[in-house]
Write a protein that binds this ligand. Sequence first.
Ligand code: LLP
Length: 418
Amino acid sequence: MHHFHYRGEDLYCEEVPISALADEVGTPFYLYSHATLTRHFRVFDEAFQEVPHLICFAVKANANLAILRLFATMGGGADVVSGGELFRALHAGIPPERIVFAGVGKHREEMREALKADILMFNAESSQELRLLNQVAGEMGTVARVAVRVNPDVDPKTHPYISTGLKKTKFGIDISIALEEYQLAQTLSHIAIVGVHTHIGSQITDVSPFVDSLTRIAELIHELRTRGIDIRYLDVGGGLGIPYGDETPPHPTEMARAVIPILKDLGCTILFEPGRVIVGNAGILVTRVLYTKRTPTKDFVIVDAGMNDLIRPSLYGSYHAIQPVRRQEGRQRLTVDVVGPICESGDFLAKDREIAMVEPGELLAVMSAGAYGFTMASNYNARPRAAEVLVKGDRHFLIRARERYEDLIRGEVVPDDL
Ligand code: LLP
């Protein structure tokens, strides 16, 4: 459920008409609903109240400081995958003891930063990483708390680019050799094993991959314990899908019902790393129609947001619903491509989509854009990145200013001797 709805013919975010925001901040811009963000966080949190747990929001889904701060005030932590995300999380006021650090390619400096901040734990993804982490922690005279990311070889049945728990992916350590990896970690004096981490993929629309993977992980935890390796944290990753169109992913309570029987007697604090399910439907991308164009074979609606603003349709062929910000009675329905200004044929927000025809100057809302929207935006074609706005009731806040041309050249140096 989200708080983007029509009042009469006008699309509102909570109590605010979206067209008024567009007049104020210009287009394109990302727009988030505070009531939706808090509702989604709370629903997820309450679904798992039966087990001791911590929600470490996946910063990669939406890294805006205001949004991270909001979750921090609700008791949330962060799942980070880079020094930059760690910096953001700390800057937003997320307590370090609620931060976990995953990723296959952590470098030495990032390890130092996270050790210095004294984060809850590292999710280690290879033996070389474990050895380097041990060395860095040793140099700093400290001990790194670690979970090994275990790859349970479960097919999450999602897009191949966002499947991460199969044998063939780069992520984690294969469950068949996980025991050896834990035994290696045990010999490293600056590593304290505290957990098991897993994450099988994203936009998962069925509970069974979670059940399968957690059943395997629970067995591993028992096995580790029989070998004297205590596990305090089970980090189950993220991955719960959302409806973009006609998908019917399980509600968090349904997922909880399916996995709590596996989790509740493990004696672990359960960490969750949801991203999309919290923020995906809490945000939209608002764009203005520049032109419409008819060719002998196709109709195009050319808008001022492109693949540099929202890359999901181009990269994964993802579906995002597109709605008019002002509905007009009696408009002809046409099948069109909604495309951006970028010089790439792959620059589209929708392909062969039936919409009510729009005129230049009118606004469109690209729905379900709160996750992996702004965070995957780029400056391709030297386009300044969009503004971000948060609505709370009848108030709104500019939570990220639109980039200016000066931002595009920040840090660049033209040598005198050219
Ligand atoms: N934890 C780990 C270790 C992850 O790699 C991810 C996502 C998450 C948590 C959060 O997953 P979520 O709850 O959001 O599904 N750019 C793609 C999604 C990439 C997901 C990468 N990892 C997209 O736009 O669909």
